[in-house]
Design a protein around this ligand. Structure first.
Ligand SMILES: [Zn+2]
Length: 126
């Protein structure tokens, strides 16, 4: 399937998820990192983590198709981290793992955590 179709799928998933990462729930950008960074007061490096990517629930390497029901929108960090491990976790397991790490504040740096809807992140530590 062509890159154009995959991009369309990604944008559709982005809209469906209201611009939030499938795994961590962070806001993402789909087109314009400069605007996104300015809007949220992020450095470009932090904004790059939150680039919207097309995530294959069943990984491509395992024969996962580019079909709409296999594509969700995930931030670049969650996507790449999932596929960096030798044995890729199932989407539900991976999501739970991230939620646990978010509660322990061990997933995103503080400048991203402040944007997150998670219970742990909304309670200031100071
Ligand atoms: Zn994420």
């Amino acid at each position: 399937m062509s890159r154009t179709t995959l991009k369309t799928r990604r944008s559709a998933a982005f809209e469906r998820q209201h611009g939030r990462c499938y795994y961590c729930g962070a806001p993402m950008w789909n087109e314009n990192p400069a605007d996104f960074a300015a809007q949220h007061g992020l450095t470009r490096g932090a904004a790059e983590r939150l680039r919207c990517t097309a995530e294959h629930l069943l990984p491509r390497q395992d024969g996962g198709p580019d079909s709409a029901d296999n594509i969700v929108a995930a931030c670049a960090f969650c996507n790449h981290t999932r596929h960096r491990t030798p044995r890729v976790l199932a989407p539900g397991d991976y999501r739970q793992r991230i939620q646990r790490r978010l509660r322990k504040r061990r997933w995103h740096p503080p400048e991203i955590r402040q944007l997150m809807p998670t219970p742990g992140a909304s309670r200031p530590s100071s």
